[in-house]
Every structure is written in structure tokens, then in C-alpha cells.
Design a protein around this ligand. Structure first.
Ligand code: HEC
Length: 225
């Protein structure tokens, strides 16, 4: 057994070290990893960021207002959100989706699955900055350290206090970015929690099966020899 444990331990330590060196994603998201679960409080705050800041440009049309109940919003709150946005519980979240420098803001429902995961969304939203000397941007574009090619048609949209969180959390840019990244992780995979729970049970089940198999193999061989 020890023979197997040592490399596994070494690999997981290496993994932690590599993660620690990844400067663009200094955060740990609860939803990451094979047993990760959605941080519902963060995702609720993230929904607030999405609705206040992102929905003006981006649709997330795979999400229905009634789905928000799974995030912990009460039916009344979810209905309230629907009414506030002029929709019904069944209507998808809609953004106005105006064109920005000719680029169309993508639908954000599955963006975490399409664009390198939760970390990338956080890095992209906090990656805006001043272009290095000698770099000329296209008109209306912004410099972004995380975006492929380093310039994007999306403006730097988050700032400290861009939302006032219902739960009283201090709305720093980093907090807003990580919360909306957790919300978009949920919209991309609303069944993540259930799937990981099933996976966890399966691992325990097959673990037991393996122990029984090894034990009976030993017994059978002992009796044969
Ligand atoms: C003023 C309009 C506008 C707002 C507001 C806006 N975006 Fe965008 N967003 C865009 C545009 C335009 C693009 C396409 C950028 C490109 O292709 O260069 C984009 C692209 C993206 C992408 C894809 C990046 C990639 O790698 O392709 C993500 C993720 C994203 N936005 C998230 C958000 C989030 C989250 C918010 C709210 C915090 C937000 N956006 C607010 C206009 C906007």
C-alpha cells in the first residue's frame, strides 16, 4: 500500500505547489477539484453581480429564474427577481447584448466550460490594466493580461463597490470577480454538487469492493497453498 501512497502524495504536493505559483489565479474556489461543491453564498452574490453589471451586455439564457431557487433564493425572491426583470419564472435571464467595438458579448451560461474554467473568468475580470509601452490597442479595446492576444473589446467593468451585496460582504473588485466566477460555474454545471456526491459514494463503494476482493484473494490463496 505504501508503495502506492508515496507517489500519490508526491503528485498532490506538486499539484499544490504548481497552483500556488499560478499568479493569475490566487484564489481557491470551493467548486474546484473532484469533490468540489458550489459555494452557494458566493454564487448568490455572483448572481447579484451578473444581474447588476453583466446582464446589460451578456445573456445567460440557459438559466431560468426558477433555477435560482436551487442557489438558495426563496421562490418569492426568485419571483421578485423575475418581476424586477420584467419576465416570468420561466423566462430566461436576458441581456440587451449591444455590440461593443463590433464584438458580440457571448452568452455566459456555459462560458466556464467553454473558456478554461472558473480561474480564467476571475483572471479575465481582474486582468485589465494599462497596455505596456509600445503596445497600441485597437480603438475601443482594452488591455487584458489574461485574454488571448492581450486586448479585448470588453471594457474594464468591475470596480470596488460596483454592487452593494445583500449579505453585507464588502464589494471589492476581487470579491465581485470571484463571486461572479462561482455563479457562472454553477450556470455552466448546475448539477455539479449532485454529480460530485455520487462520485464520492462511488469511490467509497469501489474502495470497499477492492478491499473485499483483495481479502478474499488472500484467503483463497492461503487455503490453496
Ligand atoms: C459593456 C458591455 C459588457 C459588459 C457590461 C460586460 N461584458 Fe463581458 N464581454 C463584452 C464583449 C464585447 C466581449 C467580447 C470580447 C472580445 O471578444 O474581445 C465580452 C467577453 C466576455 C467574456 C469572454 C472572454 C473570452 O475569453 O472570450 C467573459 C467571460 C465575460 N465577457 C464576462 C463578463 C462578466 C462576468 C461581466 C460582468 C461582471 C461582463 N462580462 C460585463 C462586453 C461586456
Amino acid at each position: 500500500m505504501r508503495r502506492f501512497l508515496a507517489p500519490v502524495l508526491a503528485l498532490s504536493l506538486l499539484g499544490t505547489a504548481a497552483h500556488a505559483e499560478d499568479k493569475l489565479s490566487p484564489l481557491h474556489f470551493q467548486s474546484q477539484g473532484p469533490l468540489g461543491t458550489i459555494d452557494k453564498a458566493a454564487a448568490q452574490r455572483g448572481y447579484q453581480v451578473y444581474a447588476t453589471v453583466c446582464a446589460g451586455c451578456h445573456a445567460a439564457s440557459g438559466v431560468h429564474y426558477r433555477d435560482l431557487e436551487a442557489l438558495g433564493l426563496t421562490p418569492d425572491q426568485a419571483a421578485g427577481e423575475a418581476a424586477a426583470a420584467g419576465g416570468t419564472l420561466d423566462s430566461p435571464l436576458k441581456g440587451a447584448a449591444p455590440q461593443t467595438s463590433g464584438a458580440i458579448p457571448p452568452n455566459l451560461t456555459s462560458i466556464v466550460a467553454e473558456r478554461h474554467g472558473t480561474d480564467y473568468i476571475y483572471s479575465f475580470l481582474t486582468g485589465f490594466g494599462t497596455a505596456p509601452d509600445g503596445v497600441t490597442l485597437l480603438p475601443g479595446h482594452s488591455y487584458n493580461a489574461a485574454f488571448p492576444g492581450f486586448e479585448t473589446a470588453m471594457p474594464n467593468i468591475l470596480h470596488d463597490g460596483a454592487v452593494t451585496y445583500a449579505d453585507g460582504t464588502k464589494a471589492t473588485t476581487a470579491q465581485e470577480a470571484s463571486d461572479v466566477a462561482e455563479f457562472l460555474t454553477w450556470t455552466a454545471d448546475p448539477n455539479l454538487d449532485a454529480r460530485h456526491q455520487i462520485g464520492f459514494r462511488a469511490v467509497i463503494f469501489f474502495g470497499f469492493l477492492a478491499i473485499i476482493a483483495i481479502a478474499s484473494k488472500r484467503k483463497v490463496w492461503r487455503e490453496t497453498i
